[in-house]
Design a protein around this ligand. Structure first.
Ligand code: NAG
Ligand code: NAG
Ligand code: NAG
Length: 414
């Protein structure tokens, strides 16, 4: 459901046309049905004209985010990381007592759901027969489309034998052969949104330092949760680390200027084989899990600055949905050294990351949960395409990314 106007809603309520399956919001409707506010009735919505169109928010750009995140020197990082390790161990023990799905009254650690809830599809994308549409004819409906290509380059991805390969293509060079832009990132968004839930990928990361393979959430105002995998964080790191990170309204530092990043050592070479990376995002805590082992837990209560929680979804400021994005991007260009860059692009025509599956489990308390796409027909996807003549290329998404121009998850890093 998308509220066209409060007036429509008020009218519908007054007229009271509904009888059976009456509703006030999507939350009142079962399965993939949504609330038609004109009639206050739950309806099937195969074309996604009511259920699943993400609100077109024209929010601020990511400019502020971009300036906030210069990376620190290697030595500082290492010390910070050691400290964090101890902290995390302590947290692990307390996590068992943290209720996974909080019950009781709503409050800062257990905010009330949005109304309407975002429509979120719980399913596993195994890349057998995905419907991925191009951003230039993008009108996503989560009932007929799986993913949306918002990459900056041609041939940004390919799907074959149940594997999605994302391809980052070379940047521009000046006449002296010096790199003058980032490598062209590949980004694909899931065609629905979520607030709280679990996300998981099975991925083989790219082995080249500076190339970062990612899965992240991203909201309009810069709430972000990251899985970022590079073979070589900070030059000296071996290819056994990954970066767990989060942003709160574009901010990467918490109370006492504490860095949100934490780099668990996984003990295996992240680009040698496929591994499973998972984030469990609850209203009151976040957990990163790799190959079934918890490697980091963050409690929302510990992010309190004295005035607000520096946590992805500080509802007292703003409550909003997140998009889910996978990608590969060139971290070495502007963050010299971070992620193992810069990439010596003269040696590569493309840099790939391979994704075996993406799994999404929407938290039913906070999302209007729908199941897997029911139609396997590409014709259904075609019907979901833009009916207006305006191309989406050049359009700014709620996350600040401009379609077809520059789209890299973790763009806050630049
Ligand atoms: C919602 O209700 C309006 C008014 O009756 C109707 O025109 C429209 O087709 C309905 N939408 C769906 C998807 O049923
Ligand atoms: C993905 O999007 C980019 C930018 O719009 C486009 O150039 C490319 O052809 C698209 N498709 C593939 C398969 O990369
Ligand atoms: C990690 O795996 C990649 C891909 O197989 C390989 O190129 C690289 O040499 C490996 N690194 C180490 C330190 O074993």
């Amino acid at each position: 459901m998308r509220l066209t106007s409060v007036v429509t809603f008020a009218l519908a309520t007054l007229v009271g046309v509904s009888t059976a399956a009456s509703c006030k919001t999507d939350n009142d409707c079962a399965g993939i049905t949504c609330c038609n506010l004109s009639t206050s009735q739950c309806v099937n919505d195969p074309k996604g004209t009511i259920c699943d169109i993400p609100p077109k928010t024209t929010k601020k750009s990511t400019t502020t985010k971009k300036t906030t995140t210069t990376k620190k020197a290697t030595t500082t990082k290492k010390t910070t990381t050691t400290t964090k390790k101890t902290t995390t161990t302590t947290k692990k023990t307390t996590t068992t007592t943290t209720t996974a799905t909080p019950t009781g009254t709503y409050g800062p650690l257990h905010p009330s759901p949005m109304n309407p809830k975002p429509t979120c599809r719980s399913y596993t994308e195994n890349f057998i027969n995905p419907v991925i549409i191009e951003a230039d004819n993008w009108k996503p409906t989560s009932t007929s489309v799986d993913m949306v290509n918002i990459s900056g380059s041609k041939s940004a991805y390919k799907v074959s034998d149940g594997i999605l390969t994302l391809r980052m293509l070379p940047p521009t060079f000046n006449s002296a052969g010096k790199q003058t832009s980032e490598g062209v990132a590949a980004t694909i968004d899931m065609a629905f949104e979520m607030q709280y839930g679990n996300i998981e990928i099975r991925v083989k990361a790219n082995p080249v330092g500076g190339a970062v393979s990612t899965f992240n959430t991203m909201s309009a105002s810069g709430d972000e949760i990251d899985i970022e995998i590079s073979p070589q964080f900070f030059q000296s790191y071996p290819p056994t680390y990954f970066e767990s990170n989060y942003f709160s309204k574009g901010r990467m530092y918490g109370p006492n200027n504490k860095d949100h990043e934490y780099y668990p050592n996984l003990g295996f070479n992240t680009s040698a084989d496929f591994h499973v990376y998972r984030v469990e995002w609850y209203p009151d805590h976040l957990t990163w899990i790799v190959d079934g082992k918890t490697v980091r837990t963050l409690n929302k209560a510990d992010t309190y600055s004295g005035t607000e929680y520096l946590y992805p979804m500080e509802v007292s400021i703003c409550i909003e949905v997140s998009r889910l994005e996978i990608g590969i991007w060139d971290a070495g260009y502007q963050n010299y050294g971070w992620g193992g860059g810069p990439i010596n692009w003269h040696n590569y025509k493309e840099l790939d990351a391979q994704f075996d599956y993406i799994k999404v489990e929407c938290n039913p308390e906070y999302n209007h949960v729908i199941g897997p796409r029911t139609s396997t027909s590409k014709a259904v996807a075609a019907a979901a395409k833009n009916t207006d003549d305006e191309p989406n290329v050049g359009e700014k998404l709620p996350n600040g990314v401009v379609i077809g121009h520059h789209a890299s998850p973790g763009s806050a890093k630049h």
